[in-house]
Design a protein around this ligand. Structure first.
Ligand code: SAH
Ligand code: SF4
Ligand code: F3S
Length: 468
């Protein structure tokens, strides 16, 4: 495949940094340090994008807040994956009419995957007058210029370009966490699963150069990050578009050789591209590559998988799981599944139920099918009622909860080396190498350290333990 990606070079990012300085100068006239609130929806890819948007905002002189009432600028980074996600965003953007009434100078920006959908952009333009600036993922690297344009003219800016997509290196980053970090290794998706909006809003699959990725990981390791997740919609097809092709397993092996005490994770893997070489690479670097694998199966029936354009069948999926477990026996395996794909029969749903019995996932992310404008599945006949789908969904969740609880119970009595990654109102939190949540008591000085934890209890969501 020939690379149709545009590389955004240092000169273009430098020009954006000049716009940051211009906005900074405008902000200097204010009677207080301006505050920005970045509200992020959706997947880790969006979290990673928000860290770059914060990087730019910081260069413009903004501080940060979680309170929309005190924010001078609200930036909503949206997700379009399901109807529910879109409704939440629109509800929250709707509520900003009130904060803006109290503070007429408040600037409201909407970006991310919803902004790239034509019908959403139109609706926002017409019915959400409080939104001053809208831009899709392709224009993220030009955020300073777009914000400056709005500030300079006072006219609403709507920027939705249709393009295969670009790669921008060198955008400043303000990370949200001091222990865990995201590293995007590629953008976009070429798979066109028939239910999914991502390829339409994120553009074609494009890989960052290995040297840029490895330099970023090296920098993170030097800064003391302990848990580094490599991100892409389908990391297993990494590198196919590079001038000098390199596959994901090779990239991971090179990342694993970077010195430092840290664990590498990655997501998401498409079963069609999850290779024996990748499983063997995980087995070869157990001290660096976390034994966990998120491998969405989506449906248990071959007919439904075909209608979803997933390009593997049930037997092929189960074979990948078997080979992964043979190479990495303690691998924690998680997955995504959709209930109620158009035309899925009750018998076909039973095949999803039997698949989860066969695999016994450690955790499962379950979704009810949501039609997305412009995707092929949205025009398929969908005779099953919402109530029936909900019943199936509940049965699936209940059964998986039991399996997760049983899997968690098996940890009791073991001592596991975990990374203490933070705290919440219930105490310290830690993660097993397989990314299961562990709750423990102890001082904050443990945060950011790998410690042996004796597991004393478990439920379906988490493990409980104490420092061994
Ligand atoms: N690239 C990843 C998934 C990204 S979206 C992959 O291919 O695995 C995360 C999950 O959302 C998907 O795995 C799927 O289970 C779910 N999903 C995507 N589109 C959906 C839709 N239209 N309705 C319901 N669930 C959907
Ligand atoms: Fe969507 Fe399929 Fe691409 Fe995942 S692989 S982002 S489900 S189109
Ligand atoms: Fe949502 Fe876009 Fe991610 S649609 S799931 S934020 S790629």
């Amino acid at each position: 495949m020939k690379r149709e990606t545009t590389q955004i070079g240092p000169a273009q990012i430098a020009a954006q940094m000049d716009y940051c300085m211009k906005v900074h100068a405008m902000n200097a006239g204010m009677d207080h340090t301006p505050l920005a609130m970045v509200d992020t929806y959706g997947c880790q890819q969006n979290e990673a994008d928000s860290e770059r948007l914060r990087g730019y905002l910081s260069e413009m002189g903004y501080g940060f807040t979680d309170d929309e009432h005190e924010a001078d600028l609200v930036l909503v980074n949206t997700c379009a994956i399901r109807e529910h996600a879109e409704q939440r965003v629109l509800g929250n953007v709707g509520a900003l009419t009130h904060t803006k009434r109290a503070n007429p100078n408040q600037i409201v920006c909407l970006c991310g995957c919803m902004a790239q959908e034509e019908h959403v952009a139109k609706k926002v333009k017409e019915s959400y007058r409080q939104v001053d600036l809208l831009f899709g993922p392709h224009a993220l690297w030009r955020f300073p210029e777009l914000l400056w344009r709005f500030r300079a003219t006072g006219k609403r800016v709507f920027e939705r370009t249709e393009e295969p997509g670009s790669i921008a290196e060198g955008i400043p980053v303000v990370r949200q966490d001091g222990v865990k970090a995201w590293v995007s290794i590629m953008y976009g998706c070429n798979n066109f699963c028939t239910y999914c909006i991502v390829p339409y809003v994120r553009g074609r699959e494009r890989s960052r150069k290995p040297e840029d990725i490895l330099a970023e990981i090296r920098g993170l390791a030097e800064e003391g990050y302990k848990d580094i997740t490599l991100l892409g919609q389908n990391v297993n097809s990494y590198g196919k578009d590079l001038d000098e092709p390199m596959d994901f397993a090779d990239l991971l092996a090179r990342a694993a050789q970077i010195p430092g005490e840290f664990l590498l994770r990655f997501m998401t893997s498409h079963p069609k591209d999850a290779s024996q070489k990748l499983f063997d690479t995980m087995a070869a670097w157990p001290e660096k590559i976390a034994p966990c694998f998120h491998l969405p199966f989506q449906a248990g029936s071959d007919r439904v998988l075909k209608a979803m354009n997933r390009v593997y069948d049930r037997a092929g999926y189960l074979d990948k799981v078997r080979r992964l477990r043979a190479a990495v026996p303690d691998a924690v395996i998680t997955s995504d599944v959709i209930v109620g794909f158009p035309g899925e029969t009750p018998e076909e749903f039973e095949e999803t139920m039997t698949l989860i019995e066969e695999v016994r996932f450690d955790a499962l992310f379950t979704f009810i099918y949501s039609p997305r404008v412009g995707t092929p599945a949205a025009s398929l006949p969908d005779p099953m009622s919402r109530e029936e789908k909900l019943k199936e969904f509940q049965r699936l969740v209940e059964r998986q909860d039991q399996i997760s609880e049983e899997k968690h119970a098996a940890y009791i009595g073991r001592t596991v080396r975990c990374l203490v990654d933070g705290k919440d109102e219930k105490g310290l939190t830690a993660r097993t190498p397989g990314n299961r949540l562990v709750r423990l008591t102890g001082g904050e000085s443990l945060i950011g350290r790998f410690v042996p934890i004796h597991i004393t209890g478990a439920n379906k969501w988490s493990l409980f333990g104490e420092q061994a």
